[in-house]
Design a protein around this ligand. Structure first.
Ligand code: FAD
Ligand code: NAD
Length: 472
């Protein structure tokens, strides 16, 4: 066993771990990074990247089949599902060098391709190495949660870890779970020619605003995806190619393939957390606002910390840890300014409070303004008029924004900026947006907040009347 010493030991080379390691080493810290499986973690290999690449294939197919309104004949797309998967692997391969061992070693990080396991509160074993570190960051991510539904273990099923390797197109894909994974993959497969049924135990997209989520669900159903809600999967039966799911209320769904997408479980099993004095909760490792675990020298970031599970959150956590572990500065991770997007068509985006949360928090001070895509000239030109932006405003400040529609994920950026910097609606209204862009929707939503105050205001009318009398 070789003994190594370092300033910072990072366990897990996914979105969070790579960001901490790259930032810390470039700021002069001595960094060791452990990765037991694939550099880049879930996002690159089994998550964001392959899912967005497959969605792009679906989008290309859909465009061919829906070109007539633009004066171009519709074509029934000739989909080669295996070739779409080649495209997915090619996209991963293009991004992989950025997350590679070579790049990180080039930055000065010592990368060890082994799983880490605590030996004591300050020591971790990785293969033949015993590593003592001043600070340790756990960034081990999460894995698909496979629920104990009777019969599930006796049929073949996919998760996000296997789906992108599947080469034959499912004739009829059953999806258990109507969250972002379930619905993104449902639409991609529908557009690539599969029949798709989503079986959701409660409300699909339950974390999003029901009004904006409703627009998306209508669109998905309009494309022919069967989405059953309040349909808790109770039993799975059948064999490869002939799978049946029975729900608690007795409904029966039949398909050829099954995708399980019912949430995540934190990757903590290999870590031997007990010897390090690190406690866990139901969803992951217990952390305080500074992302410190119950062992003050150890941080946990990203999915394993059990909060919002997004790549940009893991990256944000990395910045908090660098501030705290390298500079000893106080740093707290907030959630009120964190956006998220579901990359379906239309896209569904959220930052800050939903209307229901904002009403609970701000009561009578809450004003909700809406602006529809149907009144945006660019959306009309592109025939993408379905959607709306909804801004929750309290005392002149946006406290939450929900958007559904074309490029909602791009539009939410402005509001993420506004919420992070506690800007007011007047700052958004002051902006001049180029015409014709979807970005004008943001300005028009801010305008919708001010127009009743300006246009239906007797005081304003009186002032204008007086000034007009005096102006030469
Ligand atoms: C299908 C899908 C689509 C997604 N799409 C998006 C999206 O569009 N946008 C978005 O923001 N988020 C998306 N996510 C979520 C995103 O992938 C995660 O939030 C993100 O990857 C979390 O980063 P992380 O660093 O916490 O963990 P990970 O990226 O999972 O990295 C953890 C790494 O730690 C390694 N590891 C585990 N245990 C050990 C150990 N003991 N020792 C050493 N190494 C270990 C693992 O092998 C892994 O490489 C998606 C997720 C899925 C599943
Ligand atoms: N675009 C993105 O940013 C993106 C995309 C995919 C995943 N992700 C991340 O991955 C996480 C996991 O996504 P997910 O979709 O797996 O989980 P999720 O928790 O968001 O949704 C799972 C759904 O499955 C349902 N469910 C649970 N048990 C069930 C059962 N027995 N029968 C029927 N339905 C059942 C739940 O009610 C829930 O609606 C997300 O929370 C998100 O953080 C992000």
């Amino acid at each position: 066993m070789s003994d190594l010493k370092t300033d910072l030991l990072v366990i897990g080379a996914g979105s969070g771990g790579l960001s901490v390691a790259a930032g810390a080493v470039q700021m002069g810290a001595d960094v060791i990074l452990l990765e037991g499986h694939k550099m880049g973690g879930d996002c690159l290999n089994y998550g964001c990247v392959p899912s967005k690449a497959l969605i792009a294939s679906g989008k290309a197919a859909h465009a061919q089949a829906h070109a007539a309104p633009f004066g171009v004949a519709d074509v029934t797309p000739d989909v080669d599902y295996a070739a779409a998967k080649d495209h997915v692997q090619d996209v991963i391969a293009q991004i992989a060098p950025h997350d590679s061992v070579e790049r990180f070693e080039g930055l000065g990080v010592r990368v060890i391709s082994e799983y880490g396991r605590f030996l004591s509160p300050t020591q971790v074993q990785a293969g033949a190495h015993r590593i003592t570190a001043r600070r340790i960051v756990i960034a081990t991510g999460s894995s698909p949660f496979v629920p104990p539904i009777p019969g599930l273990d006796s049929v073949p099923y996919e998760t996000n870890e296997t789906l992108f390797d599947l080469r034959e197109r499912p004739e009829h894909l059953l999806v258990i779970g109507g969250g972002p994974i379930g619905l993104e993959m449902a639409q991609a497969h529908r557009r690539l020619g599969s029949k798709v049924t989503v079986i959701e135990g409660a409300r699909a997209l339950g974390r999003d605003d029901p009004e904006t989520a409703g627009v998306l669900l209508d669109a998905l159903r309009g494309e022919g995806i069967d989405i059953a809600e309040d349909a808790l999967a109770k039993e799975v039966r059948g064999t490869a190619g002939a799978i049946e799911i029975e729900t608690e209320d007795g409904r029966l769904f039949k398909g050829t393939h099954l995708l399980v997408a019912v949430g995540r479980k934190a990757n903590i099993d290999r870590l031997n957390l007990d010897v390090a004095g690190i406690k866990t909760t139901r969803t992951g490792i217990k952390v305080d606002a500074a992302l410190k675990t119950t062992n003050r020298r150890v941080y946990a970031i990203g999915d394993v910390a059990g909060g919002l599970q997004f790549t940009h959150v893991a990256g944000y956590h990395a910045g908090i840890v660098i501030r705290s572990a390298l500079f000893g500065l106080p740093a707290k991770a907030g959630t009120a300014h964190i956006p998220w997007v579901t990359y379906t068509a239309p896209e569904l985006a959220q930052v800050g409070l939903t209307e229901e949360q904002a009403r609970r928090e701000h009561g009578i001070y809450l004003e909700v303004v809406r602006f529809p895509y149907a009144q945006n000239d660019r959306a009309i030109a592109e025939r993408k008029t379905s959607g709306l932006i909804k801004v929750m405003v309290a005392r002149g400040r946006p406290v939450g924004v929900s958007i559904v529609g074309e490029q909602a994920g791009e539009l939410i950026n402005l509001w993420a900026f506004a919420l992070a910097n506690r800007l007011k609606m007047k700052h958004v209204a002051n902006m001049v947006a180029p015409y014709p862009t979807l970005g004008e929707l943001n300005k028009r939503a801010a305008g919708a907040y001010f127009s009743p105050k300006l246009f239906d205001n007797p005081k304003v009318k009186k002032v204008v009347g007086l000034v007009q009398r005096w102006l030469p």
